[in-house]
Design a protein around this ligand. Structure first.
Ligand SMILES: Cc1cc2nc3c(=O)[nH]c(=O)nc-3n(C[C@H](O)[C@H](O)[C@H](O)COP(=O)(O)OP(=O)(O)OC[C@H]3O[C@@H](n4cnc5c(N)ncnc54)[C@H](O)[C@@H]3O)c2cc1C
Length: 174
């Protein structure tokens, strides 16, 4: 169902697409610089949770606790009246009319637009890629999917290879 997000404050809108590590850092700096006084700030995030530390993603296999990776103090966003729209993938940018649309047809106009959409993993076109238990390794959901695959006895051996790769990628502790 399509709808339009109407301004609730009498300010121009600054819209950020992406609430990953860069999008979140942008918001932190925007608050420090008082941009929220000048703009009504909206953040659109494709994932269903606020920004988390992707660099330490591998530690999730040990603790399975999303809060240990969380980067966002939601009260800080609220205090600055930053509106975080989770689970909202932007599918269209109409630069001529300064308007963006989400997957479900919601539209919002903007005065300023920030793209902080990161990247997606390149998956080589190797046979088996289309298999439902072949996962990429970038989000908490990917790790949940890997864990759920690991629960299945028939695929356990193949999953163990993924875990070896994860171990190599794991960054040193500070
Ligand atoms: C396992 C792992 C280990 C890593 N280790 C290191 C390391 O040791 N050192 C290092 O420097 N880097 C490391 N990286 C890379 C680092 O995590 C990335 O460089 C960093 O996350 C990039 O931040 P970003 O905000 O640009 O992108 P992301 O963190 O990918 O965030 C972008 C966000 O935008 C959202 N988004 C994308 N498109 C849309 C859309 N159309 N609408 C709404 N939202 C959208 C995405 O869902 C995502 O949440 C690692 C990455 C992984 C996966």
């Amino acid at each position: 169902m399509s709808s339009t997000i109407v301004s609730t404050m009498n300010k121009a809108k600054l819209v950020v697409i992406g609430n990953g590590m860069v999008g979140h850092h942008f918001i932190e700096r925007a608050i420090e610089k008082g941009l929220h006084d000048q703009f009504e700030i909206h953040v659109f995030a494709e994932e269903d949770r606020p920004a988390y530390d992707r660099v330490y993603l591998s530690s999730y296999f040990e603790h399975r606790d999303v809060s240990k990776l969380n980067l966002v103090d939601l009260s800080r966003y609220e205090d600055a009246q930053i509106q975080l729209h989770l689970n909202q993938r932007i599918t269209n940018i109409d630069a001529a009319n300064q308007c963006i649309s989400t997957e479900d047809g919601t539209q919002i106009d903007y005065a300023e637009l920030v793209l902080a959409t990161g990247s997606y993993p390149f998956v080589p076109p190797i046979p088996g890629r289309e298999h439902p238990h072949c996962h990429v390794y970038r989000t908490i959901k990917d790790l949940d999917d890997i864990l759920s695959t690991a629960e299945q006895p028939k695929v356990k051996k193949k999953v163990s290879w993924s875990v070896v790769v994860c171990w190599v990628l794991k960054p040193p502790k500070p």
